[in-house]
Design a protein around this ligand. Structure first.
Ligand code: TRP
Length: 457
């Protein structure tokens, strides 16, 4: 650029690329992305359905090897390139790799479309708990209330819009002044609320049966399906395989220690999932409910549990607020992915890009929501729109994205990413060899198994 000449948009973009204000801010943002509905809503019912702690042990084993390894790889790809996922894969491994980033951008929009619907339910349940509308009653009564909410035509869409609007507002405000500021308050708040709720749950009379359930593995209930479910869940829970951490990593300071930040995020994510188990299971057992209740566990069984408990309404309000916080910090990072792509590759302003993403997500979220109500007859392969999108993501898009990251990091861009992980040799990384082996061999094979697993059982 000539001295004095006005900067082009592209140069402005480069000069103005934002960074996280602090290491703590980055860890909270990445943990905020990871800790979400997957931890609090899905994880406990998966544990309930898959042999209790046997599932937990397999899950932790995957987290500690493939999960953490892929997380380092994604953050490394992002920080190396300082770009959105599409640009990042291209820059680090060549033109032929942009599809891997594009897959992430598309996956993010798809996930966001149903995530915002479920996020809307958390707001509805928080409000309905305060008003007393979903307080008290048997699981059957609460089940029909839940069915009435999600099957309604307008109410869930109104809450969907509120949830989406709040998310967009944070993303528009920017990386350090919006996202980082929000997560630095919300995430510690979430941890505190979680601990209060767990303390309440494990001190209930009869809680020990639930604790036993979480601590005594039933290996005979473990099959191929359990193992691929555990790996799939570790992926979804860590927000891997779709460029979320590439995006967040791209705003990371070059001096930061990726290994230790990634370890923190994996630890926090696992801790929240396990604590959510210790929140849900002891309470469910104490009141004699079924731990294998599936997806209804959070919205139906838990309110029934709360209704039998002293101070139940207050704890229930706390719970749904916490679930909302977990969901919104994840949805912020989901929206940030396509926004970084649009604003960088098409030189759109951040506001315009965010509003465009919001509009697309909103349009797709409508059939998602209606698929549980008036459009429930429109199915493909037996699934309504919401289930179809969610299964496509879990079964195909995230595993393919994960294999792409592993192969890219292990075979095509190993030296560049290894340099990021060691800050060009400044930081020791004794397990670098193990990391390389996991990226090259273990992760691609294990994840392929997740892809084909459902066809084998
Ligand atoms: N990790 C989130 C959860 O546990 C869900 C999720 C998957 C996600 N991929 C993501 C969130 C990407 C943000 C970005 O609920």
């Amino acid at each position: 650029m000539l001295i004095g000449a006005p900067a082009t948009d592209r140069e402005k973009n480069k000069m103005q690329r934002e960074q996280w204000g602090s290491r703590f801010g980055f860890i909270m943002a990445a943990a905020g992305s990871a800790v979400g509905l997957g931890n609090v809503w899905k994880f406990p019912y998966l544990v309930g359905e898959n042999g209790g702690s046997a599932f937990l042990i397999i899950y932790i084993a995957f987290m500690a090897t493939i999960g953490i390894g892929l997380m380092m790889a994604e953050i490394g790809i992002g920080r190396y390139s300082q770009m959105n996922p599409v640009g990042a894969f291209r820059k680090i491994a060549g033109r032929g790799w942009s599809w891997a980033g594009m897959l992430g951008v598309i996956t993010a929009i798809i996930i966001m479309s149903y995530y915002s619907v479920v996020g809307g339910w958390t707001i509805a349940y928080f409000i309905d708990t305060l008003s007393g509308a979903v307080v008290g009653g048997t699981p059957d009564e609460l089940g029909s209330k839940f069915g009435a909410l999600v099957g309604d035509t307008t109410r869930p869409i109104i809450y969907d819009v509120i949830f989406l609007g709040l998310t967009l507002a944070v993303v528009i405000a920017g990386v350090s002044s919006g996202i980082e500021k929000a997560v630095k308050v919300l995430m510690p708040l979430l941890f505190i609320m979680l601990i209060v709720l767990v303390a309440r749950s494990v001190t209930l009379e009869g809680a020990s049966a639930g604790i036993d359930f979480l601590l005594s593995p039933k290996w005979d209930e473990v099959g191929m399906g359990t193992i691929s479910a555990a790996l799939g869940q570790s992926f979804f829970s860590l927000s891997l395989g779709m460029g979320a951490l590439v995006t967040y990593g791209s705003y990371l300071n070059k001096n930061d220690n990726i290994r230790s930040s990634a370890s923190w995020v994996c630890f926090l994510d696992t801790a929240v999932a396990v604590l959510a188990g210790f929140l849900v299971m002891p309470a469910v057992f104490a009141f004699g409910f079924n731990p294998g209740a599936g997806p209804g566990l959070t919205f139906i069984t838990l309110p029934a549990v709360f209704s039998g408990m002293w101070g139940g309404q207050l704890f229930q309000a706390f719970f749904f607020f916490m679930l909302f916080v977990a969901a919104i910090t994840s949805s912020i990072s989901l929206v940030a992915i396509p926004v970084s792509y649009l604003s960088e590759q098409f030189h759109m302003s951040r506001v315009k890009a965010t509003l465009l993403v919001g509009a697309i997500v909103f349009v797709v979220s409508i059939p998602c929501s209606l698929s549980l109500g008036i459009w429930s007859d429109y199915t493909l392969f037996g699934y309504g729109v919401l289930d179809l999108l969610s299964n496509t993501v879990d079964w195909y898009l995230l595993p393919i994205g994960g294999i792409a990251v592993a192969v890219c990091a292990g075979w095509f861009a190993y030296d560049k990413i290894a340099a990021e992980l060691t800050n060009h040799g400044e930081l020791p990384f004794p397990l670098l060899g193990a990391w390389k082996f996991i990226m090259r061999i273990v992760a691609p094979i294990a994840i392929t198994w997740v892809l084909v697993g459902p066809f084998l059982t």
